[in-house]
Design a protein. Structure first.
Lengths: 403, 259
């Protein structure tokens, strides 16, 4: 069963012609002069997606992920190579296609369903199930324009889930609705996979890739850099992102009188290799370099980790760690973390150089969002929340055993 | 191919539903438009200008029916062409999200425009019967052929223009103006006989002259159909369809890239 492919992509190449003005395209057709520049979005990409498997596609922005999804969905046509769709493919990109605000939710089920290639008979059979899943109740007969955006998305998801595809294409779409509905969607997807459905999944959320995917592809500038184990793809992704960070195209910004200025920051593993994704509880070091314009005594270097909402998660500095610097020339330093005991999520690194215990008095340089990294779940120690506390469970007066 | 027609049919149904969704009179508007038009042309034009219209033998409705029969065909053609030319640009959200055969959109427009046409045609026949229809009911079959050519012309050319509109947005505006001019280049509100000879030749080049001519023959004159007219109409409409399909075939990939 698992060797039964749903999508087979072979040697696909996609080039976009970039024109300065849209009408140059017509001029070129007529005059046969070359007025465009070629941009190769994908080159020689091949993969197979079998039934019952989930494949993740990772890569930085502009690496060709979306183009690949559009090719697979049939929205774009390849210049070279072939895309075989051996089953019905529904994209969660197609959410709510053809919705009309003036019509009732019930009518919109039929509108959207037609685009998802569901027959009227199928729709009539599943209408009630869709309404139940969307939890819209009596609102289903109200015009769609009176719905909140959450209600609209719930309806759209409900229809997509009942379209009965052989393969779902998911493009970062699952971050809508409230948490409970999200979880309902996820469990529905798991059910779908267990029944032999395939999922093609694009995300920047390394945590989701690690947890959901059986295999992963790393795209880099339109070329497949890795296809196989998700862990390996994520490690390579790390390297790609870190290499980009080192290119030095973004110079440190922030405020301060710049007597001492940070020039670079990088998160590294203990062995010195750069990191952008790490497993919760793993060791990591924050390396920084600075430039000295004036000699200063008693400089405090500080670091603050913030979560994606900008809330402080952890911060410390030289004063608290009793390590002050008398800065005479350019130099470097490192904050060691023997165990990053924080929960999964994206964090930013913020740096400060000042005198005293806080940056409020005499600030040389405060560097906001100097770098970012992502923490993913440790497969061996699941937990929820922001902090990785050590915990164990002991039961009294009940039968129990180790699982 | 069957899928194409099925999807076009369901899009057409949606189109009609959506156009009048939220309106109090709903789909009644489909009936109201042809009724008002027919009233204008039959009563106002017919009454005011009927006397100056030769060949109608003094019937006050003759001129009105002449105008109405030409307009029935023209308005269906013009609406189809104009909306087909906008089809890709208007439906870009859908083309960007769902894999569909692009031909389906102009096709759906064509089907949707046939409904007001059919209603108008029924009303026109009723009006004809009320005024004691003397021309040739036998010619009704020819109007079906004319209708086929008229819509093929509109869809084929519309498909071509829809491809152009993706790259040059001015196309849709230009189409509106060109149609306005083409209206006066088609003998709908006047008789071709009032024109000087050279203008008559110019009119003959316009395929819609022949299409409209058949409708007028059927409802007003009843003199039969010229074979040359029919041949020219068939030739041009199929050429337009070929032009549209060829353009789409050549530009399919680019259209999807640009949208």
């Amino acid at each position: 069963m698992s060797s039964d492919p749903v999508i087979r992509v072979e040697g696909v190449r996609k080039t976009f012609k970039l024109f300065q003005r849209p009408r140059d395209r017509i001029v070129e057709l007529v005059s046969r002069r070359c007025l465009h520049k070629d941009f190769t979005a994908l080159d020689n990409v091949s993969f197979t997606l079998e039934r019952g498997t989930t494949m993740g596609i990772v890569g930085e922005n502009g690496s060709g992920k979306s183009t690949l999804l559009k090719l697979v969905a049939g929205l774009l046509l390849p210049d070279d190579g072939r895309v075989d769709r051996l089953g019905k493919i529904t994209g969660l990109l197609e959410l709510g296609t053809g919705f009309n605000g003036e019509l009732s939710g019930r009518r919109n089920i039929y509108l959207n369903g037609a685009y998802l290639r569901m027959s009227r008979k199928q729709l009539a059979e599943r209408e009630q199930a869709i309404i139940d899943f969307s939890e819209l109740g009596d609102f289903i007969d109200a015009p769609l324009k009176s719905y909140s955006s959450g209600m609209t998305m719930r309806l759209a998801f409900a229809i997509a889930f009942h379209a009965d595809p052989d393969c779902f294409i998911i493009d970062e779409a699952l971050s809508v609705g409230d948490v409970r509905f999200q979880q309902k969607c996820f469990s529905r997807l798991r059910e779908f996979r267990a029944q032999g459905g395939a999922i093609l999944f694009v995300s920047h959320d390394m945590n989701a890739v690690k947890l959901l995917c059986d295999k992963a592809m790393l795209l880099h500038h339109g070329v497949v850099r890795h296809l196989g184990e998700p862990d390996e793809a994520i490690n390579l992704y790390n390297k790609v992102m870190a290499a980009r960070g080192n290119s030095g195209d973004d110079t440190p910004t922030g405020y301060g009188n710049a007597a001492v200025r940070f020039t670079s920051v990088q998160l590294r593993a203990p062995d010195g290799s750069p990191l952008s994704v790490l497993t919760s509880g793993a060791p990591a070091d924050i390396h920084f370099t600075y430039a000295c314009r004036e000699a200063v005594d008693g400089v405090t270097f500080g670091v603050m980790l913030r979560d994606r909402f900008g809330q402080d998660v952890f911060g410390t500095n030289g004063a608290l760690l009793r390590t002050l610097a008398d800065v005479r020339r350019d130099g470097r330093g490192c904050f060691h973390f023997p165990a990053m005991n924080i929960g999964p999520g994206v964090y930013s690194i913020n740096l400060a150089a000042h005198t005293g215990t806080t940056h409020l008095e005499n600030c040389f340089h405060w560097w906001d969002n100097a770098a970012a990294f992502e923490v993913v779940q440790d497969r061996d120690y699941f937990f929820s929340g922001h902090t990785r506390l050590s915990a164990s469970l002991e039961l009294y007066g009940a039968e129990h055993g180790k699982v | 191919m069957i899928d194409l027609w099925l999807l076009a049919a369901s899009l057409c149904k949606q189109d009609l539903q959506e156009r009048f969704a939220g309106a109090m009179l709903g789909s009644l508007w489909v009936f109201i438009w042809p009724l008002v038009q027919l009233f204008i042309y039959l009563v106002i034009f017919g009454k005011l200008m009927g006397g100056r219209f030769g060949g109608g033998d003094g019937q006050i409705y003759s001129y009105g029916i002449y105008v109405a029969s030409g307009l029935l065909s023209w308005s269906c053609f013009a609406n189809t062409l104009q909306r087909a030319a906008r089809a890709f640009v208007d439906k870009r959200q859908i083309i960007n999200k769902v894999a569909v055969d692009l031909r389906v959109f102009p096709l759906a427009v064509c089907l949707a425009e046939l409904l007001p046409f059919a209603l108008g045609a029924v009303l026109l026949v009723l009006a004809n019967l009320l005024s004691g229809w003397s021309p040739a009911p036998a010619l009704l079959g020819w109007t079906l052929l004319a209708l086929y050519c008229q819509q093929l012309l509109a869809v084929g050319f519309g498909l071509f223009l829809a491809c152009c509109a993706v790259f040059v947005r001015d196309t849709t505006e230009a189409v509106a103006i060109a149609l306005q001019m083409a209206f006066w280049f088609t003998p709908i509100v006047y008789l071709p006989s009032i024109l000087p000879e050279w203008a008559g030749y110019a009119l003959a080049v316009n395929p819609m002259t022949h299409v409209v001519g058949i409708f007028q023959q059927c409802f007003v004159f009843g003199q039969g159909v010229s074979w040359a007219s029919v041949a020219y109409m068939l030739l041009t409409s199929h050429a337009a369809a070929a032009l549209g399909l060829y353009t789409l075939h050549r530009l399919n990939k680019d259209i999807r890239d640009v949208l």
